[in-house]
Design a protein around this ligand. Structure first.
Ligand code: CTP
Length: 435
């Protein structure tokens, strides 16, 4: 019996897929099809897939051409599949020409001509809603949104507005955008979503303007240093049925969700101490300190909740500038410590110490793709990782797509209550050290 194998995502099953399977089948007696798993697709940046894995498998099965279906879960699996199933021929579309030549050492390799004029990408573009994003900024750096947004189907950054026309012009050129808006009003006429990436003191007013114009908003954190203003913006968004997202990518990243699960399911026992530290990398952006503070308070609130018993702060100041800030939140027997350094350097890390184990995230924990688990039972250190390119913005955008499709304006990933609590802590920190 001659065995043939082929692979694909088979999203929005179309004629091109059918033709490929039919022609692959002609190369042997037994056809195996590898359908890509969700984690594998996410890892390689394919976040636009519309159909669930179950639907995609069902569609492949319904062709009646296939003898066996497997799920492709990791890079390099093809070689072990060829070996395991004793495959004679590997067939793939010629859009991959040259990319699979190394497979010829294991079995016969065939590139087949693609069916012209159809693809899943094209169907997604034709049949699903478009979500244009406009950026309001005061610097020439997009936080990777321009590149990451299109990874989620329907999303794209279409233009920029900046008060400083030179900044706007440079941004527009650098990211090759369609539009250079002369006013926020002209941007609001054109887009559904606004990303606000300005200095802290401008964020509140721009969020209000965008919400008043009926736009969904993503804004860097903190929106403001006043909890009542944060609440006011949240309520304004709710009253207009609009989404207002805090740009904290950590909470959308898969390894952080895994870490949270471990902490909440008791896998490291009772948590007795958490330390979350970060040093400012770019010392020239003054408001970055507040962003790092907010970003570091967030994991503590996600892990231990919003009900701490008390709070203590320490600072090192140089004139009016805080060079180091530390907050200790006490939750019963557990201390959660946040350290943020400006000129004072601290090691970037999150360390969670429990009675049965310790979890560590190292450098760049805010866009981490791994963490370590050390159990007290003497077992080996475990590393949990999920690879991805970029800074994780696409996962936040994907959550936004979920909200838009399900007609929801809030996310379970970071609730309004958690976001307000973050600002309450920050406000108390500033009240404390200003005295
Ligand atoms: N295929 C084909 N002709 C097409 C589209 C796909 O022969 N018009 C083949 C691919 O070359 C591959 C298999 O079908 O061998 C599965 O392709 P997949 O990547 O799932 O489909 P695409 O339509 O190419 O998806 P996308 O646009 O997301 O890349």
């Amino acid at each position: 019996m001659k065995k043939v194998i082929t692979y694909g995502t088979f999203d929005l099953f179309h004629n091109g897929h059918y033709n490929m399977l039919a022609r692959a089948k002609e190369y042997g007696d037994y056809l195996i099809v590898g359908v890509t798993g969700d984690t594998y697709d996410i890892g390689r940046g394919k976040l636009s897939v519309k159909d669930s894995l179950a639907t995609r498998i069902e569609n492949v099965k319904n062709t009646g051409l296939v003898d066996e279906i497997i799920v492709e879960e990791y890079l390099g699996q093809k070689i072990s599949d060829i070996n395991r199933f004793d495959v004679d021929t590997f067939v793939i579309g010629d859009d991959w020409k040259g990319k699979f030549d190394h497979i010829a050492q294991y079995c016969e390799l065939v590139y087949l001509e693609r069916t012209k004029g159809i693809s899943s990408t094209q169907l997604r573009e034709e049949n699903f809603e478009k979500y244009n994003i406009g950026i309001i900024t005061d610097r020439i750096d997009d936080n990777q949104l321009v590149k990451e947004a299109p990874l989620v189907s329907g999303f794209q950054v279409t233009g920029v507005f900046a008060e400083d026309r030179q900044v706007a012009g440079e941004f527009y050129k650098k990211y090759e955008l369609e539009n250079l808006y002369g006013s926020t009003a002209s941007m609001f006429d054109d887009v559904k979503i606004v990303y606000i990436r300005t200095e802290l003191d401008k964020r509140y007013a721009y969020i209000k303007q965008a919400l008043d114009a009926g736009k969904h908003v993503i804004c860097d954190v903190p929106f403001t240093l006043k909890a009542d203003k944060q609440r006011e913006l949240t309520e304004l968004a709710a009253s207009k049925n609009l989404i207002l997202i805090n740009n904290i990518k950590l909470v959308y990243i898969q390894v952080f969700t895994q870490l949270l699960w471990m902490c909440h399911a008791g896998l490291i026992g009772d948590i007795i101490r958490i330390e979350c530290s970060v040093s400012k990398q770019d010392r020239h952006i003054p408001y970055l300190f507040n962003e790092l503070m907010a970003m570091s308070i967030c994991p503590i609130i996600k892990i231990l909740g919003t009900d701490y018993d008390d709070m203590k702060c320490k600072t090192i100041k140089e004139g009016d500038t805080v060079e180091f800030g530390s907050i200790t939140l006490r939750y019963g027997e557990c201390d959660a410590i946040i350290n943020v350094g400006n000129t004072v350097r601290v090691n970037n890390k999150i360390e969670i110490i429990g009675s049965k184990g310790t979890i560590r995230m190292g450098d760049n924990w805010w866009r981490a793709n791994y963490f370590e688990l050390h159990k007290t039972d003497g077992s080996q250190k475990q590393i949990y990782n999920v690879n991805f390119e970029g800074n994780g913005f696409k996962f936040l955008i994907r959550d936004m797509l979920n909200m838009l499709q399900n007609d929801r304006i809030t996310t379970k990933i970071l609730s309004n209550n958690e976001a307000v609590k973050m600002i309450e802590v920050l406000e108390e920190f500033y009240n404390d050290h200003e005295q």
